[in-house]
Design a binder for this molecule. Structure first.
Ligand code: URA
Ligand code: SF4
Length: 204
């Protein structure tokens, strides 16, 4: 049975919340995907990292950020001196949206209706974790949390107050770094991403 709103509101552990989310049918993405990929990390985490949605490998593994984008993120976290197990890592949308191309599943940007539906889970994660800092990686995460249009280039790298007493930081999505065709751009943009993550350290 799909989870009832009161069960979500009453969940007191991340495990409970994650199990409820496994049966979510609040948007159409649950059906073609393999599984819900819920956030991971300690309930005591002071920092929450939010991506867009699971990719092909995340959908198969059932864990967030384990594919190519996750490798970029892991490297940057390590270089910034942040232990990944100390932060909570999640996505704005918890199911993989894709298009079959032959035998490959191509990532598709989630629709606004899925971002809106899935905010239920993101809010529930925030309620339990109460992060001091929420890092929004990419436009989908930023728009889900800020509930307004966001231009990453204009808003990135600045720490600002969020409602409820926590703080926010907007940065690029690690997949953006993978997509840059030019090696010099890639290195420069990776460096800026790293600088954004280095700001995270003092919140931990
Ligand atoms: N991209 C995301 O936004 N999240 C993941 O978990 C993997 C890739
Ligand atoms: Fe539910 Fe989110 Fe999955 Fe849609 S994407 S079915 S809202 S968990």
């Amino acid at each position: 049975l799909p989870p009832a709103e009161e069960d979500i509101a009453q969940a007191t552990t991340l495990d409970q919340l994650g199990s409820e989310a496994m049966d979510c049918r609040a948007c159409a993405l649950w059906q073609p995907a393999t599984r819900t990929v819920f956030g991971e990390g300690p309930i005591t985490a002071r920092v929450m990292l939010v991506g867009e949605q699971p990719g092909d490998q995340e959908d198969l593994a059932g864990h967030p950020f384990v594919g190519p984008a996750g490798q970029v993120l892991d490297r940057a976290l390590q270089e910034a001196g942040i232990e990944r197990p100390d932060v909570y890592v999640t996505n704005a949308v918890k199911h993989f949206r894709f298009l079959w191309r032959g035998t490959r599943r191509l990532h598709q940007k989630p629709e606004q209706s899925s971002v809106d539906a899935c905010r239920l889970w993101l809010n529930a994660e925030r309620r339990l974790i109460q992060p001091v800092l929420v890092v929004m990686m990419g436009v989908t995460a930023a728009q889900s949390l800020l509930k307004r249009p966001v231009t990453i280039s204009r808003e990135r790298s600045r720490i600002f107050p969020l409602e409820g007493g926590s703080h926010g930081l907007v940065t690029v999505h690690p997949s953006y770094l993978l997509r840059l065709p030019n090696e010099a751009d890639k290195q420069r943009e990776y460096q800026r991403f790293l600088e954004d993550l280095q700001q995270v350290k003092r919140f931990m």
